[in-house]
Each structure stands twice: as structure tokens, then as C-alpha cells.
Design a protein around this ligand. Structure first.
Ligand code: ADP
Ligand code: MG
Length: 197
């Protein structure tokens, strides 16, 4: 399955809305194991995405992902801005000469985050949502339960990357904030695909 421009554009816009609506939730999660700004950071990025898409009105998926990447790199800040930015920039490059399978697209985004963050699965970061979702997409349809399971798996992990890693064992028992914003990204992907994708 390939995500065409209209679906992809709806996806990004829905994600931006979801982030704006859940700004406090993201800040609360980041207050528990970070510095409390993940919602504020992502909300800034979400507003920049909406503004950029309405101004540029991208005519292909590569430009759509590029505009999304630039908005996040320029406006989100923190650790998460460059990470989301790299994911979408790598996705933009991957579809430059023709659209690709959705599962490949999301794996390329995941690999970008791993490279940029020098991180991998089980470190209690957004990768713990991106990688399992890539795997689910490779084997079939994606449903919200898959997203929830990936998100919940971060609760019992000890953080070994990012700000939460300063807490060592005390980082356990909390959902990772970047995984929550990534869960919004994939929940909204299911919204555009439909549960019978
Ligand atoms: P900061 O930690 O700089 O305040 P944010 O609060 O916006 O930035 O984002 C924190 C989130 O970024 C974490 O919850 C985690 O998911 C993600 N993150 C942090 N460092 C890394 C990393 N090295 N690799 C992947 N994800 C990371
Ligand atoms: Mg933070």
C-alpha cells in the first residue's frame, strides 16, 4: 500500500491537530521524566506545519514530507525536533523519484531517528513506537491496538537515551513522552487508512 498525496496530507494535518489538542498531556508526561516541554515543543511544530502547508500547498508527497520536516526542525526544538525532522526528511528523499510502500516509508523514517539519535529499540524513546509500527505495517494492516501496545511497552522500560536516562531506574513506570506524540502520529495514520487498511 502506498500513501498518495491526499491521504498523506490529511494524515499530517490530523497529526498536527491531535498534537495541538493534547499539548498538556505531552507536557505532563515530560514533566514526570524530563523537563516538561514536549507538548509546548510539539505544539509549536504543529502550528508551523499547518502554516507551512497552507502557504506552500505541496503538490507531491516528497514536498509534503519536506515541508513537515523543515517546520519541525525549525520550530520544535529540543531533542525531538531534529529527530522528527530527520525522519520526515529521509521519508521525503525516499519518495522523491516515485512513491514507495508505506511499510518501507515508515522504516526509513525509523532508521533516520535511530541514526540521528544514536539510539535503538528498548531505550525508552520514540523508536519504541516507530519500530514496532514499521514491523506491523510489513506484516499487514495497522490498527490502533498495535499503536497502544507499542506505546504501553515504554512504561516499564528504563531510559538509556535522552533526558529521562538521567533518572536511571526511576524512569520506570512512566510512558515516554516522545512515544506518546509518535502514537498520535500513527493513530492519525490509522484514521486516514481506516481500520481495514
Ligand atoms: P528534550 O528532551 O530536549 O526536552 P523533548 O521533550 O521535546 O526534548 O523530547 C523528548 C523525547 O525525545 C523523548 O521522550 C524521546 O522519545 C525522544 N528522544 C530523546 N532523545 C532521543 C534519542 N537519542 N533517540 C531517540 N529519541 C529520543
Ligand atoms: Mg523535554
Amino acid at each position: 500500500m502506498r500513501l498518495e498525496l491526499e491521504e498523506a496530507s490529511n494524515w499530517i494535518k490530523l497529526f498536527a491537530k491531535k498534537v495541538e489538542a493534547n499539548k498538556s498531556e505531552l507536557n505532563e508526561l515530560d514533566t514526570a521524566i524530563g523537563d516538561g516541554d514536549h507538548g509546548t515543543n510539539m505544539d509549536r511544530g504543529a502550528k508551523a506545519i499547518v502554516e507551512s502547508l497552507s502557504k506552500n500547498d505541496p503538490t507531491n508527497v516528497s514536498d509534503l514530507y519536506k515541508d513537515t520536516a523543515f517546520a519541525m526542525i525549525q520550530k520544535v526544538g529540543g531533542a525531538s525536533g531534529p529527530l522528527y525532522g530527520t525522519a520526515f526528511l529521509d521519508m521525503s528523499k525516499a519518495v522523491k523519484n516515485g512513491n514507495i510502500e508505506l511499510s518501507d516509508l515508515i522504516q526509513i523514517g525509523t532508521d533516520g531517528i535511530k541514526r540521528r539519535g544514536e539510539a535503538d529499540v528498548n531505550m525508552k524513546t520514540m523508536i519504541d513506537v516507530w519500530q514496532p509500527i514499521s514491523d506491523v505495517l510489513k506484516s499487514g494492516k495497522l490498527i490502533k491496538k498495535d499503536v497502544k501496545e507499542a506505546l504501553d511497552s515504554t512504561e516499564d522500560m528504563v531510559a538509556t537515551k535522552g533526558r529521562a536516562s538521567y533518572l536511571e531506574e526511576k524512569s520506570k513506570g512512566h510512558i515516554d513522552p516522545g512515544s506518546q506524540s509518535s502514537a498520535y502520529l500513527f493513530d492519525t495514520l490509522v484514521d486516514v487508512l481506516g481500520e481495514n487498511n
